[in-house]
Design a protein around this ligand. Structure first.
Ligand code: ZN
Ligand code: ZN
Length: 281
């Protein structure tokens, strides 16, 4: 059984976990260790089964609780060399497994691929996490602009955690100073609901069964606004799976991830036997 735990997501903290047959991969630790434990208890996530902790980037809403949590959980930190450089002084007791475009990391049953994304951190990553049963979780948030590398990484995800940060109009009308608005909407900032809708529609394939909208802005978005913008576009593209919206303050019920039907595993089932794509980055 594979379950996705959405412990919480937003500008005040992000934490997810993938649970597969009794082993757990934590993805970001953006809440205090105490709060992570409390939320894990709510969703039934066995923190004593964590085999790895993947960090997307160093910002506090993604790493705030990692120092204290790793005092009690012995697991490697899977992240880019740049992010590790930013957090390693806080984590002298941890082992680093370098992740990046050329580094595939295996920990327990989880095979983790990653690529650099466009965001104002040192070396931020999106992740693609594969499991032996064909499930692939793609996770990308804090994304200024989707790149060719990111689209390629996420191309055959059967489940997607994807940022839907702000509504364009609410951002324009917000009280934020112009420089902050520009940063949020800029190429090193965050994806709007509209941009997310277009991206997911583009990434859609028949085996994509689960989409979780994440990292919603508290002041420039609402769960209803995000869903209302994204859902019609991705349904029109063919998506017939379940759409969830991650919340800041409350974890979601664990989301079971279904093993893709072999015949529908990927729309690009021939891609694995093709020569690797050379990306023009
Ligand atoms: Zn960030
Ligand atoms: Zn963030």
């Amino acid at each position: 059984m594979t379950r996705l735990h959405v412990l919480g997501s937003g500008s005040k903290g992000n934490a997810f976990a993938l649970e597969h047959q009794g082993e757990v991969l934590l993805i970001d630790v953006g809440f205090s260790a105490k709060e992570i434990r409390r939320r894990a208890q709510v969703t039934g996530l066995p923190l004593d089964a964590v085999v790895g902790i993947a960090l997307t980037h160093e910002h506090g809403d993604h790493t705030g609780g990692v120092r204290v949590l790793t005092k009690h959980i012995e697991a490697p930190i899977i992240t880019s060399p740049g992010t590790w450089h930013k957090v390693k002084d806080r984590l002298p007791h941890c082992h680093h497994r370098p992740a990046g475009l050329a580094s595939m990391v295996e920990v327990g049953p989880f095979v983790i691929e990653s690529c650099l994304i466009s965001h104002d951190a040192l070396e931020p990553l999106a992740f693609a996490i594969r499991l032996p049963d064909g499930i692939m979780l793609g996770l990308a948030y804090d994304v200024g602009r989707p790149t060719a590398a990111m689209r390629y990484l996420l191309r055959d995800a059967t489940a997607l955690v994807i940022e839907a940060n702000h509504d364009d109009v609410l951002l324009r009308m917000s009280d934020y100073p112009a420089t902050v608005r520009q940063r949020i909407a800029g190429s090193a900032g965050h994806l709007s609901n509209r941009a997310t809708a277009e991206l997911v529609a583009e990434l859609w394939h028949p085996a994509l069964a689960t989409v979780v909208l994440a990292h919603l802005s508290e002041s420039c978005n609402t769960p209803g606004q995000a869903r209302g913008t994204v859902e019609p576009v991705i349904r029109a593209a063919g998506f017939s799976g379940t759409l969830h919206v991650a919340l800041q303050d409350i974890p979601l019920d664990p989301i079971p991830l279904a093993t893709p039907h072999p015949a529908r595993k990927t729309r690009r089932s021939d891609a694995r036997t093709s020569p690797p794509l050379v990306l023009d980055l």
